[in-house]
Design a protein around this ligand. Structure first.
Ligand SMILES: *[C@@H]1O[C@H](CO)[C@@H](O)[C@H](O)[C@H]1NC(C)=O
Ligand SMILES: *[C@@H]1O[C@H](CO)[C@@H](O)[C@H](O)[C@H]1NC(C)=O
Ligand SMILES: *[C@@H]1O[C@H](CO)[C@@H](O)[C@H](O)[C@H]1NC(C)=O
Ligand SMILES: *[C@@H]1O[C@H](CO)[C@@H](O)[C@H](O)[C@H]1NC(C)=O
Length: 303
């Protein structure tokens, strides 16, 4: 069975000539779980502990968003456009029914995939980690100075271990230990395990002039504007109509997307459960990698 460390990258050609890069690994039976990663992330930045834990029991598909990692094309600057890209990917792949796991901006995109899916694509279950709804009366937004700190750390030329100490983990001994083991685990996939060079963060060293970061920053900031997220462009107003079973997870104190938004999601969805992990933040799924994978598998396998 292939693992996160060994799976080969495959490509799908899009009608406009661009390509989607993806990997399929793990179990060969069952409904596949498509995983959608965070701001600037590529397939290579998933935690092998989480991915392999899930892939032991079900097929897992990782993809690079349009224009990110090994995928070519335009980087989406709205959540609705990114959801359309993911729907096109599923359609090209020929997958009619999937489960979705979205982390951070991936958790903005995943419910929009479910909400905007055409009749012939079914999202069976959703897992959304460290995220929130589009702008609405109960959406909690960071103060401008706090958001500046987030943008400075997350939007620089590189994303370092130090940046993630603040972005993903609590500033204590457990947080520091979780950061170090996670950051080391990411690099368990490399040319000697997979035969492939690793991709780098979107806009790494701004070799693209910073265009990728700019697009994803717009995606994240426009998501919070009520006037930009009406109708099919947002989730807030439509969550009560989303019948899909949803598992929402977060740390008790998320520095990037405030934790109360996870509660708001749970309250607005008709069929959602919420897990908040103690002494953790945006990176709760990596801090509690084994437990998180068990919770997700339980949810995907139940009822
Ligand atoms: C590649 O990853 C393996 C573990 O998966 C590690 O033992 C090895 O040192 C890594 N090689 C490089 C060049 O980083
Ligand atoms: C980043 O880009 C600068 C030029 O703008 C170059 O001198 C430097 O070597 C690059 N760093 C890395 C790590 O690629
Ligand atoms: C929505 O509001 C923001 C600022 O509040 C503004 O910059 C943007 O142009 C508005 N968008 C639309 C579609 O009106
Ligand atoms: C959604 O956003 C697009 C631009 O990204 C705009 O053309 C369209 O009118 C918007 N739809 C609604 C319902 O606001």
């Amino acid at each position: 069975m292939s693992t996160h460390q060994t799976a080969k990258t495959q490509f799908l050609k899009r009608p406009n000539g661009d390509r989607f890069a993806f990997r399929r690994l793990g179990a060969t039976w069952g409904i596949p779980l498509l995983m959608l990663i965070h701001y600037r992330g590529t397939m290579d930045f998933w935690d092998p502990l989480v991915v392999n834990g899930l892939a032991e029991h079900r097929p897992v598909i990782l993809m690079d968003y349009s224009g990110v990692g090994f995928s070519t094309g335009r980087v989406a600057s709205t959540v609705a456009d990114s959801a359309d890209d993911v729907l096109q990917f599923l359609s090209l792949l020929g997958e009619k029914e999937v489960d979705l796991l979205g982390f951070s901006i991936g958790g903005y995109i995943a419910p929009m995939v479910a909400l905007n899916a055409p009749e012939d694509i079914t999202v069976r279950k959703l897992v959304i980690a460290g995220t929130g709804p589009s702008g609405g009366p109960d959406t909690v937004i960071n103060s401008p100075s706090h958001q500046d700190q987030v943008n400075t750390l997350a939007g620089g030329r590189d994303l370092t271990r130090d940046d993630f100490a603040t972005l993903f983990f609590p500033h204590d001994l457990r947080g520091g230990a979780a950061l170090n083991s996670w950051f080391d685990r990411i690099y368990e996939r490399n040319v000697s395990t997979s035969g492939e060079q690793r991709s780098n963060w979107l806009s790494f060293n701004f070799t693209d002039g910073g265009k990728g970061v700019e697009a994803q920053t717009n995606l994240a900031s426009s998501w919070l504007l009520v006037n930009e997220t009406r109708g099919r462009n947002g989730s807030y107003d439509r969550l009560p109509g989303l019948k899909t079973p949803v598992l929402i997870t977060n740390g008790n104190n998320d520095f990037m997307i405030p934790t109360p938004n996870s509660f708001t999601l749970q309250q607005r969805l008709p069929n959602a459960q919420l897990i908040l992990y103690p002494d953790s933040g945006h990176g709760h799924l990596y801090q509690y990698a084994n437990l998180f994978a068990r919770h997700v598998l339980d949810f995907l396998q139940s009822y």
